[in-house]
Design a protein. Structure first.
Length: 320
């Protein structure tokens, strides 16, 4: 349960004026998720495996702005490892992160001089940068000579067996629709057994229907639907989500791709062949895959040690 103070309440209510995707409900969801992540037990478990080190290196952190506070974990890693964060916030999400870090300083004044918000990245020892596949090429060009973590586009995938309950499929709706599907941990594609009937799936996610009332989501839904109709592309439509058979992992907004598999071994082979493009896998099936597997409804609830792209950020920072 979130009980925001006056400052946070103002930000939550004002964010849609700066970024229409950042509705009060989505911003609140992100703040609660981070609050849940930062519980004392998990913080202790997370950091206890690392040797304390205070190297004081200057680490540039270039944040994405696709969902609220998406870069918070990278900043936290820099601070927790005893380094100084040079934060280049996204213009799409530069108010929340400043508010959260100011709160950290109020709680513990020792962090006062441990981070800086900058417009231009200079005089840095390492870089952690998140962007698109296109911007990653620029990051590699500019930052290739220093230690770096450069992240590209990733999406998440779900594996269904046909034996899921209505509750499990409803929870999968969170993995698909939370933050309007804009996060790398959102499910953009599902693997289903040959002959899978989507009727029960659609019945189980019907409660997410109100998403269609968001104007930007609705615009994407209408656009993609019109393209499929004009091109006579076979697809399924429940009024707020388009489901289309497609080999690709990255689906357009308001669209869920799917592929069929003959058995779980074939599904595993497909996932492992695309592992570098996948953030996590959502399933209740016993899968032997490279990527992290989470239960239905958990893709947007990572633990502190669930590192993006499977790269141990603390270990990277400890070696600077």
């Amino acid at each position: 349960m979130l009980n925001p103070d006056e400052g946070l309440t103002a930000i939550i209510n004002d964010e849609p004026h700066y970024n229409a995707w950042f509705t009060p409900a989505n911003v609140t969801k992100a703040v609660i998720a981070i609050g849940d992540m930062l519980n004392p037990a998990d913080l202790q478990t997370w950091l206890s495996k690392y040797e304390p080190k205070n190297s004081g290196k200057k680490v540039g952190v270039i944040l994405a702005g696709n969902i609220p506070l998406v870069g918070f974990h990278d900043v936290l890693c820099v601070l927790a490892s005893g380094n100084h964060a040079l934060i280049k916030a996204s213009s799409q999400d530069n108010r929340l992160i400043k508010y959260v870090l100011q709160k950290l300083v109020e709680i513990d004044g020792s962090f006062t001089d441990k981070f800086s918000f900058i417009e231009r990245l200079e005089n840095f020892d390492a870089v952690i940068a998140t962007g698109s596949n296109n911007t990653s090429r620029y990051f590699e060009y500019y930052f290739g000579k220093v230690p770096n973590i450069i992240r590209k586009n990733r999406n998440s995938i779900a594996v269904l067996t046909g034996n899921e309950t209505a509750e499990q499929l409803h929870e999968l709706g969170h993995d698909i629709f939370d933050y309007y599907g804009l996060g790398c941990r959102n499910v953009s594609k599902i693997l289903v057994p040959d002959g899978y009937n989507f009727n029960f799936f659609f019945e189980s996610i019907e409660d997410y229907n109100p998403i269609i009332h968001h104007h930007k989501y609705n615009n994407n839904y209408d656009y993609n639907k019109s393209i499929y109709l004009v091109n006579r592309d076979e697809h399924l439509d429940n009024g707020f989500l388009l489901v289309k058979k497609d080999d690709r992992l990255t689906s357009p907004l308001a669209v869920l791709f799917y592929s069929n598999y003959a058995d779980l071994e074939q599904a595993e082979q497909l996932i492992n062949s695309e592992s570098e493009k996948i953030q996590c896998v959502v399933s209740a099936a016993p899968l032997n895959v490279i990527n992290q597997v989470v239960n239905f409804g958990q893709s947007q609830q990572p633990k502190l040690w669930d590192y993006a792209d499977g790269i141990d950020t603390i270990d990277f920072l400890a070696k600077l």
